[in-house]
Write a protein that binds this ligand. Sequence first.
Ligand code: PGA
Length: 251
Amino acid sequence: MRKPYIAGNWKMNLTPTQGAALVKELAAALQGKDVKVMVAPSFVSIPAVLQAAKGSNIIVAAQNVSDKANGAYTGEVSCEQLLDLGIRDVIIGHSERRSYYGEDDEWINKKVLFALSQGMNIVLCIGETLQERQSGKLEEVLSRQVKVALTGVSAADMKRITLAYEPVWAIGTGVTATADDADSAHAFVRGLVESLYGKEVAENLIIQYGGSVKPSNAKELLGRENIDGALVGGASLTADKFLPIVESALE
Ligand code: PGA
């Protein structure tokens, strides 16, 4: 049985003060609920959000991390710095990092390997563009993204990897993949992971869906066999939208 995992990717939204207030509201509402919930604020908001999340079961994560240990890399943030704050979870390979900042599969693989070597847990994002889907390349793209990003990752380390399937055309657009489309992409990815790591790893793997998840569609998506959680952008920025999504994972 896979425990649902709902994550909020705040992207470049909310000040430290606003983030702390939101997480307090979430923490109060989620007390005692048997669901894994994570929020990923901007780096500068992490200390305030961590402080506000203290004593709750909400995981505070980073949205990105460097593949380097330390050194002359202006603007980057290291695993060591995150771990020193108490952050053990990080999103890697989000499509916005891929498309706006030039992160390719090989670079994402370096980040994955380094973060794992430092003991971190990873939400690894994959997903096709509309053009790739329309030209029949969905499986080819997902295979390449999964295989390259996980090169060198052991079966034991797969316990610390969550995959997030986020079709690029559904992110921030209001267009959601149908539950059937999402479930079949998830089934394909689970099969791929089974071919690489065997049945047990594949069966235990959490695969989140991301892309315009909102209160009105969360229940249907999360009800599908292969959809084990959600990575939520826009609807994670207010408690009145995010909490019903979390609730739908509990139903
Ligand atoms: P969205 O973003 O929910 O705003 O579509 C999802 C994501 O990019 O993780």
